[in-house]
Design a protein around this ligand. Structure first.
Ligand code: TYM
Length: 337
């Protein structure tokens, strides 16, 4: 069976970008009979950027409820919280010790955070913690821990998956004695929705504060968020350039090809932005309204969600422990018996 795995960092409220880039394709993949799925809440990753414990806690709950409301079936999927699996940080250390520092220097997430000092033009590492710098190694541990084949993600994560492949190959080369101890994973990306733009047209991201929340709030709040999508100043009656409009790109991520084509002709035929926003709202709300109800019901039952996560953690550890044991042996940390 094909093993697939993906995670979402528990900082902030899950948004439409997480949904179309990761959650929706992951849930669809998990329904295939030939697939074994591992989906998790990346709460150790959250600590890199978020020093607010209440926020981390809240986000973990929101994200767990989001996955379940979006149709994840915890009977079919191994669904867990990263911090419940102590084997992951242990593997992370084994990998850290074989990862060249130069590989991490190239990480986009790190490079984007290196400040340029405005006066001197010099780049500086000030304010960057080691968690951020070695973030891709923890992510590699997440993936390699379960020897998975495919990782459904949005395009922004592709580099991290390539790094996980590099790290796996290096580990095998150093310690495998010809064996493939760690499998090299592949990213799987839905090209149409690889990178969903946010309100301002940049990538929808918690860091840019340009997100449209997925289930948090109600239909009216979704309508309001959609009304804040930035558009050009063309008036109703004037032809719009669909390809240049991120509202159109968001529409396309939710609609069938036929509906997308007719939305496009309507825009080119002079549909006003107000009507376009209403159409987008109806499209998205039509897909997510039933899930939103489920989400709010789950948010009101934290103990039930917690119980599912504990079952998931037990399943995940059952899989992780034997592999970790093999790897410990391989590096010379055989348990004394
Ligand atoms: P994170 O939490 O930033 O995003 C979670 C998932 O959502 C996708 N995504 C998007 N897709 C399309 N358009 C967007 N605007 C958009 N914004 C986010 C991301 O590509 C991702 O698939 N490091 C990861 C979390 C992680 C992980 C892993 C993922 C930790 N360990 C192991 C896969 C496998 C992250 O911060 O994603």
């Amino acid at each position: 069976r094909t093993r697939v795995l993906t995670g979402i960092t528990t900082t902030g409220t899950p948004h439409l970008g997480n949904y179309v880039g990761a959650i929706r394709p992951a849930v669809t993949a998990s329904l295939r009979a030939d697939t074994e799925a591992f989906y998790f809440l990346a709460d150790l990753h959250a600590l890199i950027k978020c020093g607010d414990p209440a926020r981390v806690e809240r986000s973990r709950r929101e994200l767990a409820a989001t996955w379940l409301a979006a149709g994840l079936d915890p009977e079919r999927v191994t669904f867990y919280r990263q911090s419940d699996i102590p084997e992951i940080p242990q593997l992370c250390w084994l990998l850290t010790c074989v990862t060249p520092k130069g590989l991490m220097n190239r990480s986009h997430a790190y490079k984007a955070s290196v400040d340029r000092n405005v006066e001197t033009g010099q780049e500086t590492d000030d304010g960057i913690n080691m968690g951020l710098f070695s973030y891709p190694i923890l992510m590699a541990a997440d993936i390699l821990m379960f020897n998975v084949h495919k990782v459904p993600v949005g395009r922004d994560q592709v580099q991290h998956i390539e790094m996980a492949r590099d790290i796996a190959q290096r580990f095998n080369h150093l310690f495998g004695n010809g064996r493939e101890l760690l499998l090299s994973p592949e990213a799987s990306i839905e090209e149409d929705v690889a990178l969903l733009p946010g309100l301002d047209g940049r990538k929808m991201s918690k860091s840019y504060d340009n997100t449209i929340p997925l289930f948090e709030g109600n239909a009216k709040q979704l309508r309001e968020a959609i009304s804040r999508i930035v558009t050009d100043s063309r008036l109703p009656g004037e032809a719009k350039d669909a390809e240049q409009s991120h509202l159109y790109v968001i529409y396309r991520a939710f609609a069938t090809p036929e509906a997308t084509a007719s939305f496009r002709s309507a825009l080119e035929g002079g549909m006003g932005w107000g009507d376009a926003k209403q159409a987008l709202f109806e499209l998205i709300d039509g897909e997510i309204a039933p899930m939103r109800e489920k989400y709010h019901a789950l948010m009101a039952q934290p103990a039930q969600v917690e119980a599912l996560l504990q079952i998931g953690a037990a399943k995940a550890r059952e899989r992780a422990a034997p592999l970790l044991e093999t790897l410990r042996d391989a590096v010379g940390l055989r348990s004394a018996t």
